[in-house]
Ligand binder design. Structure first.
Ligand code: 15L
Length: 258
């Protein structure tokens, strides 16, 4: 039996490149969409290039998809005009495309920068109010809310992943709390795209870190049970003299957004 038909946007980005071969290995029939035409990672992968603000590009990317994993957009702090185009306008075009093509599920790459102004060390649940740390974090708050809007009005499901620090291995004290290892990332994204009937759900994209700041009870709805733990790297990281960042958003919380 053919696997789920998944479209992944932001195919040429760091996480897109990590996820594409892994999703294919799990049996996904994958369309990889990038701003520039991505090189295929496997002969079975369909690749597409183009700007998601254009309906024709969205149509080509979404036709026939069971779910979309939306990683495209600015992934760090940028001037507001750029964030509006890449993270707000493009996302709205994508949701409209999901309506046109009856796509049932969007997996939205949200971020810890939705809550980045909380002090480091404070334990949070998803019920805590958002405290974005810049234009980028604000755009992710908007994206999570867009998922709720399109679920309430049109029944399109969204799983928003509030991703911490998705990198190969943790390298600074903050990562002992925020790290999302690649194996856990793969498992979380796969579940977010394929577990049926989850409605509109937000979960933390974080590994099983001993020093995590985030209560991920909601992730049980996906059966997500992370296996990686940044603590395995703690000794080496804490051997340095880095005191760590004051805010959960790290350096983003210090950036001037004006
Ligand atoms: C993010 O949302 C960014 O996309 C990534 O580049 C990292 O900065 C990460 O958060 C983080 O907070 O470590």
């Amino acid at each position: 039996m053919a696997g789920p038909k998944l479209t992944l946007t932001g195919a040429g980005g760091a996480l897109g490149l990590v996820l594409r071969p892994r999703l294919i290995a799990r049996g996904a029939v994958l369309t990889a969409a990038g701003h520039r035409l991505p090189a295929p990672v496997s002969p079975e992968e369909r690749v597409l290039g183009g700007d998601l603000r254009e309906d024709a590009v969205v149509d080509a990317a979404l036709a026939g998809a069971d779910a979309v994993i939306h990683l495209a957009g600015s992934s760090v702090e940028k001037p507001l005009a750029e964030i509006i185009q890449n993270n707000l306008v493009a996302l709205q075009r994508l949701y409209e495309g999901a309506r046109r093509h009856q796509v049932k599920r969007i997996v939205f790459a949200s971020s810890n920068h939705t809550i980045g102004m909380y002090p480091a060390g404070q334990r949070l649940t998803l019920a805590d109010k958002v405290r974005p740390d810049g234009n980028y974090g604000l755009s992710k708050v908007w994206g999570e809310a867009m998922g709720q809007l399109y679920f309430d009005k049109f029944g399109i499901e969204t799983v928003s992943l509030r991703i911490g620090s998705a990198i190969e291995r943790p390298i600074e004290p903050r990562h002992l709390s925020t790290w999302l290892g690649y194996d856990d990332l793969e498992d979380l994204v796969w579940r977010a795209a394929t577990v049926p009937d989850v409605g509109c759900l937000t979960v933390w994209g974080v590994s099983a870190n001993t020093r995590s700041w985030w209560d991920n009870a909601e992730a049980a709805a996906l059966g997500y049970a992370p296996k990686q733990n940044a603590e395995d790297y703690a000794e080496a990281i804490l051997r340095g003299h880095d005191p760590g960042w004051r805010f959960q958003g790290g350096s983003f919380a210090l950036a001037d957004v004006t």
